[in-house]
Design a protein around this ligand. Structure first.
Ligand SMILES: NC(=O)c1ccc[n+]([C@@H]2O[C@H](COP(=O)([O-])OP(=O)(O)OC[C@H]3O[C@@H](n4cnc5c(N)ncnc54)[C@H](O)[C@@H]3O)[C@@H](O)[C@H]2O)c1
Length: 378
């Protein structure tokens, strides 16, 4: 093992998430050379200094073509994953792609097809899979402790600071819906936990847009019901329009999964560690260019999904997920990361909920990317 060659890593997108993952890469012994790219030179140069990067460019194509690169992290803005992903696939690099795989179902299908044709190992950033509580639930379900799946329900409540940050860099918000951007995390969690039983044949959903439409140009909430081939069902509900003073920094979840021989009920709203202070807390999510004026005198600690910082280091799910990926690419370890195919499925299902909400009709599944996009663009 000692003479094993260190890997070269390219990180495209040096914002909040790219920074977290690049800092962890610098500490991982199996990674040597690190190159960075971002169109925002300020955040790119600062990260370059902080991790002593080996190469920096504002042109991701130049970075991805460098001979030192073996693996690429795509941590660009939500709607900017496709081009750098396809460039990395063309070079045959191992890939870690932030969710969602794309924000257009046709492009997502194109990305998946390219990944499969090239045979590259590509995973998608469904970070919450790497939490102990969800891993133990997955283990109990797959070893048959609740029997066969019959019904599941997810309720996701989010502070509106998340869509405020998400929309700050683009005016094209047509497909930046609560399900495509954020509900994708809890939808992935539910389908991962359901395993093979998660075989949807239809979805019906409704949305509301009373709160965020004027300020941010996005919907507030989408609630939907999936039916499965075997007659079981899954209700997926998200609202990302909670007030900025809501104590949850980003995400609060409740998930219930009922089987023929048992039930698992997950309370994940982070009300177990609460801070109340005369020194109000600012936002947990602080990307470049986002100004949030609200102060939160009460804070549900540990409610920032990537994790929390202590002594300048990130502790939490994104640390576990990123280090586990480094073991996957360096030691060829099998890991629970979402595959590119699962990332594509998640986009198709989140967009199918949006299409149902738009048309008022139940959508039969599977649906083709062309039909889905034609309906959403109509
Ligand atoms: N896995 C998780 O838990 C999690 C959490 C938050 C965000 N995300 C995802 O991570 C990604 C990044 O989010 P973030 O919070 O770091 O946002 P961010 O805005 O802080 O960073 C995104 C960066 O990408 C850069 N960028 C945009 N287009 C680019 C291009 N074509 N080439 C190079 N750089 C480009 C922007 O300049 C910005 O610096 C998004 O896809 C988001 O959905 C995942």
């Amino acid at each position: 093992m000692a003479d094993k060659k260190q890997l070269g890593l390219a990180v495209v997108g040096c914002g909040v998430v790219g920074r977290m993952r690049a800092e962890l890469a610098r500490d991982f012994p199996g990674i040597g050379w690190i190159g960075l790219s971002d169109v925002n030179e300020k955040v790119m140069n600062k990260l370059g200094e902080d991790i002593d990067a080996d190469f920096i460019t504002n042109d991701f194509r130049e970075l991805i073509k460098r001979p030192e690169v073996d693996a690429v992290i795509i941590a660009t803005s939500t709607w900017a994953h496709v081009e750098p992903t396809l460039a990395a696939v063309e070079q045959g690099h191992m890939l870690f792609i932030e969710k969602p795989l794309a924000t257009d179902a046709r492009e997502s299908a194109q990305v998946l097809a390219a990944i499969e044709a090239a045979g590259v190992d590509a995973v998608v950033g469904y970070t919450q899979r790497f939490r102990r509580r969800f891993l133990v639930v997955k283990e109990r379900i797959q070893t048959g402790q609740i029997g066969d799946f019959t019904a599941a329900v997810v309720r996701a409540f989010m502070n509106r600071m998340a869509p405020t940050g998400e929309t700050r860099l683009t005016q094209d918000r047509r497909f930046l819906s609560p399900m495509v951007v954020s509900g994708t995390h809890s939808l992935d969690m539910a389908f991962w936990l359901m395993g093979d039983a998660g075989d949807p044949v239809s979805v019906y959903a409704k949305s509301t847009d009373k709160i965020l439409k004027d300020d941010l140009g996005v919907k507030d909430a989408t609630f939907g019901l999936f039916h499965m081939a075997d007659g079981s069902m899954f209700s997926m509900n998200i609202c990302w329009a909670l007030p900025k003073v809501w104590p949850g920094a980003v995400y609060g979840l409740e998930i219930g999964i009922v089987g023929t021989e048992g039930v698992i009920d997950i309370e994940d709203t982070h009300r177990d560690v609460i801070l109340a202070s005369e020194n109000p807390q600012g936002p947990a999510y602080q990307p470049d260019g986002l100004v949030i004026e609200a102060e939160r005198p009460v804070d549900f600690l540990t409610s920032f999904p990537p994790g929390d910082t202590h002594r300048g280091e990130l502790w939490g799910p994104m640390r576990e997920e990123t280090n586990n990926w480094f073991q996957r690419i360096y030691n060829k370890k099998d890991t629970p990361h979402a595959t590119a195919a699962e990332g594509h499925r998640n986009l198709m299902l989140t967009m199918a909920m949006d299409l149902s909400a738009k048309t008022g009709k139940e959508i039969k599944l599977p649906i083709s990317p062309d039909e889905l996009m034609a309906g959403l663009e109509a």
